[in-house]
Design a binder for this molecule. Structure first.
Ligand code: NDP
Ligand code: AOF
Length: 234
């Protein structure tokens, strides 16, 4: 199968949290790093998050910088990447900003015994693809490839990052470390407990470490089983 190149991106605290337990979104990146994330978004054909992130953050998932959107359009690409959501049994809200802002395409991958739950909830807001029950990431990636996606950015949250990493479907991992601790066991972490192929006997390759103001970016390449063809890398 030829699937998209998958770049997973996360910002975490020194103690591994990706948010706190309050309703407000926690900013871990600084302005310079958010601009870097924007630049990475602009290189991708699609951005994917989970339903938990849509509910918690109400993200738009658009390329923010005018010059980056213009450069994409000049290349014949949509001004922002396709926006994709992995959802489960709880209906998504069609009023979420992801569905109501920006002109670029959206798609929802529903992992539920009854896909009509999401289809009825979203109506015209976004097409809903049956992604199996339990979720089959191969369906998700094959469908994205059919939509012309060669390079996919997975922006979280923890459940979605866990699913992609545990399935060995991450080709590059960007981890930003913010200079503070969260320390709240009720807050979400980067990943949930799972069996990860990127374990102590199979260490990832460190591609780069970059200080960005007060945060650190580390880029990793999981050492993956050969034989899986992917789309374009960086
Ligand atoms: N710092 C950072 O870089 C980032 C932080 N975040 C934070 O992450 C948190 C959200 O993460 P999280 O709650 O883990 O949610 P996710 O965004 O990872 O979405 C998880 C959802 O995926 C759906 N799902 C589909 N199939 C499965 C399956 N097989 N197993 C489990 N879930 C499945 C479920 O939807 P359903 O509920 O419909 O059943 C579930 O709620 C927020 O606090 C957000 O702020 C998010 C992105 C980046
Ligand atoms: N908090 C956080 C991130 N959160 C991610 O950014 C998304 C918000 O996107 P948008 O609404 O388009 O600006 C949010 O849903 C989540 O995926 N990302 C980071 O690089 N650093 C951070 O500190």
């Amino acid at each position: 199968m030829t699937r998209p190149f998958v770049l997973a991106s996360v910002a975490m605290s020194l103690d591994g949290y990706i948010d706190d337990a309050t309703p407000e979104r926690l900013l871990l990146s600084n302005d310079e790093d958010f601009d870097r994330v924007d630049a990475v978004r602009a290189t991708c054909d699609a951005i994917l998050v989970g339903a938990g992130t849509v509910r918690a953050d109400d993200p738009r998932l658009l390329v923010r910088a005018d010059r980056r959107r213009a450069a994409r359009v000049a290349e014949g690409r949509p001004e922002s990447p396709l926006r994709a959501v992995i959802a489960g049994r709880r209906p998504l809200d069609p009023a979420a900003r992801l569905f109501t802002t920006g002109e670029t395409a959206k798609v929802v991958y529903a992992a539920t015994p009854d896909v009509s739950v999401q289809r009825d909830a979203l109506a015209e807001a976004a097409p809903v693809v049956d992604a199996g029950d339990p979720l089959d990431l191969d369906i998700v990636l094959a469908d994205l490839a059919e939509r012309g996606v060669e390079r996919l950015m997975v922006e979280g949250g923890g459940t979605v990052h866990t699913l992609f990493l545990a399935a060995d479907l991450v080709d590059e991992l960007h981890v930003v470390i913010a200079p503070f601790l969260v320390g709240d066991p009720a807050a979400p972490r980067f990943v949930n407990p799972s069996h990860f192929p990127q374990n102590a006997r199979n260490r990832m390759r460190l591609l780069e470490v970059r200080p960005i103001g007060d945060v650190i970016l580390a880029r990793y390449q999981p050492v993956r089983t050969p034989g899986i063809e992917t789309g374009t890398g960086i």
